[in-house]
Design a protein around this ligand. Structure first.
Ligand code: HEC
Length: 139
């Protein structure tokens, strides 16, 4: 193969690569769009808020299901009866918190040992948990 031919094919390959890249980017854009719609439920209902805290607050929780979540995820630190083991009693810490603050604490945790649960429960399960907490320990 002559040098000329080699560089010709070389540039063809480069050209192809560049095209390939573009194709790739398009794909990423597409999947980006899909991901935007994936909150699974939010494609149909455009009124669902973007903010995860508001999404959870918009749902009606079931306190009985929330108690099950609590038993599985929270009772090892806060105690089955909520009076606290390694973590504070929920009778002390829940009443002063607004529903919004409560959701934020559970979603994002604190710097002093309260874990974050973002992405580990469905929004409905978060809402159930809030219903349980406010009905059992609130006010
Ligand atoms: C690994 C132990 C641990 C687990 C599990 C845990 N917590 Fe906590 N939690 C803590 C600690 C420690 C604090 C006190 C943190 C602080 O004062 O910042 C706390 C604080 C809190 C507070 C009060 C926050 C505030 O700002 O006053 C709430 C409400 C709470 N937890 C709810 C929950 C719920 C609901 C779950 C289960 C989904 C849970 N916790 C699971 C350790 C835990």
């Amino acid at each position: 193969m002559s040098l000329k031919a080699a560089s010709f094919f070389g540039s063809l390959a480069l050209f192809g690569f560049a095209i390939g890249c573009d194709g790739g980017e398009d794909k990423t854009d597409d999947s980006g769009l899909d991901a935007g719609g994936t909150g699974t439920d939010d494609t149909a209902l455009t009124s669902i808020p973007d903010d995860p805290v508001e999404r959870i607050l918009a749902l009606t929780g079931d306190a009985l299901l929330g108690e099950l979540e609590y038993g599985a995820r929270c009772s090892n630190c806060h105690g089955v009866d909520g009076t606290g083991i390694s973590a504070p009693s929920l009778y002390d810490v829940v009443p002063p918190l607004t529903d919004e603050a409560l959701v934020e604490v559970i979603l994002y945790g604190t710097d002093y040992g309260m874990p974050d649960y973002e992405g580990q429960l469905t929004n409905q399960s978060f809402a159930d948990l809030i219903a349980y907490l406010t009905s059992t320990y609130g006010g």
